[in-house]
Design a protein around this ligand. Structure first.
Ligand code: AMP
Ligand code: GLY
Length: 428
């Protein structure tokens, strides 16, 4: 089978690396891809917004499966257009991708189906928002309704910050993503992410992970797309994972199917582990980046087979995918300036030296310029390693980081710190 993978980040490099290992994969194409992905796939230039062009490529190259990496083409309905053209697609329809594309949609679905999540109000303008604020205590969370590249969420520590966030959203800072806003109760607890593959009927757990959103050590500084992750997140115990599936994931999948928008793809749940149980923070309609990198390192089975079974609605017939019992941990090397304006074109050397330490280095934002590998984005590399504990995986990942030669890059030095602290406490 020929496969087309859409996207160009570290998530897609990890997917390409794993898809290329599949005995089912004849020819792997990626659009637009990156230099790391090019080691496993033929790069093609296709515009994901041009649905007809993608469908024509699929017909010409006899593509048996399209894997859509990022959220924007999903929310834009690319999966629908390709399915209409007879192509098997891993990724939800436009209607189902509203679980990521509209925060109000998700909160209202949760309300209709009794799915545990924080209290909320949907507001359509600033005046409505300011009035609704009165019924919340501080801190409070203000979110632009639509896709805002991870920048539409404010955890407001004062009423003034909440008002400013509403002002930003309704003055057009996020364009149409800010046509509406959601005000949410602030949930207390530790966060964990959980991933499930589903075809709208069968739900297959694919493990948990914990991301590190802030740019600085000790979770300080501005938010980013994620500076590192590890999997599994042991705070999501088997008991809590069962609760998340039973009370959050399964009712969501059932509700989407019952309401005529069956969800097919990977459902990524951001969860808050509160003292009163697991609560949903938000859904994403795709793999997390960099969470996907650690999941792919742990996945022991054929990814192409799994994604195709989801696309063809026959997950029930597939044995559950096996994940290694080891911990995988990834450290994001970012370009100086990230998450503000990252320095472009910094030279990158030493990937082979880093991988000699047993790590896998995924490319997130790299380019080739005159034969030299350079940085071309905020998050540049994902240095990924595994170990029998988080501490061991962390030590291996940082040994590989230290073998890299990327003078314009930086990383957090404490990825996995919560779990490393817990492991140390258990030892002593
Ligand atoms: P994202 O939407 O992934 O950019 O990130 C939003 C982040 O804001 C989450 O990862 C949480 O840390 C935080 N957050 C969002 N909603 C809530 C909530 N209701 N209570 C507490 N924290 C939240
Ligand atoms: N790492 C967070 C995300 O992919 O949304």
């Amino acid at each position: 089978m020929n496969i087309l993978l859409l996207g160009s980040g570290g998530r897609e490099h990890a997917l390409a690396w794993k898809l290329a290992q599949s005995p089912r994969c004849a020819k792997l194409f990626a659009a637009p891809g990156n230099p790391g992905i090019a080691e496993h796939a033929h790069l093609v230039s296709l515009d994901a917004k041009d649905h007809a062009a993608v469908a024509a490529f699929c017909a010409a190259e006899q593509i048996g499966l399209v894997v859509i990496g990022p959220e924007a083409p999903l929310v834009d309905g690319l999966a629908d257009s390709l399915r209409a053209a007879g192509v098997s697609v891993f990724g939800p329809s436009k209607a189902a991708a509203q679980l990521e594309g509209s925060k109000a949609f998700t909160k209202e679905l949760c309300a209709r189906h009794n799915i545990p999540t924080g209290a909320f109000r949907r507001v359509r303008n600033k005046v409505e928002g300011l009035t609704a604020l009165d019924s919340f205590t501080i801190p409070v969370v203000i979110k632009a309704d639509g896709l805002a590249a991870g920048k539409g969420v404010t955890v407001a520590m004062t009423r003034g910050e909440a008002e400013a966030a509403l002002h930003d959203i309704f003055s057009g800072r996020f364009g149409s993503a800010g046509a509406e806003a959601v005000i949410e109760e602030f949930l207390h607890g530790e966060e964990a992410s959980f991933f499930a593959i589903t075809d709208g009927h069968t739900i297959v757990p694919l493990g948990s992970a914990q991301d590190h959103k802030r740019v600085g050590d000790g979770d300080t500084g501005p938010n980013t797309g994620g500076m590192g992750a590890y999997s599994p997140a042991r705070v999501l115990t088997p008991l809590l994972e069962g609760e998340a599936i039973e009370r959050i994931i399964a009712p969501t999948v059932r509700a989407m199917t019952a309401e005529g928008m069956p969800y097919s793809g990977v459902l990524y749940a951001g969860l808050m582990l509160t003292t009163t149980g697991v609560q949903l923070i938000e859904y994403n309609a795709r793999f997390g980046d960099p969470e996907c990198q650690v999941l792919m390192l742990r996945l022991e089975d054929d990814l192409a087979e799994l994604l195709l079974a989801a696309a063809e609605c026959r997950l029930a017939a597939l044995p559950a995918p096996r994940l290694s019992g080891e911990t995988a941990l990834t450290v994001v090397m970012a370009a100086e300036g990230y998450p503000g304006t990252p320095k472009a074109d910094g030279t990158i050397k030493g990937i082979a030296a880093a991988e000699a330490h047993g790590a896998k280095v995924f490319h997130a934002g790299t380019a080739l310029k005159g034969g030299q590998l350079v940085a071309s984005g905020g998050r540049v590399l994902n240095v990924t390693a595994s170990g029998s504990s988080v501490s061991e995986a962390q030590a291996r990942a940082y040994a590989a980081v230290d073998a890299l030669d990327f003078p314009d890059g930086f990383c957090r030095r404490d990825i996995g710190w919560r779990e490393v602290d817990r492991e140390r406490a258990e030892e002593s």
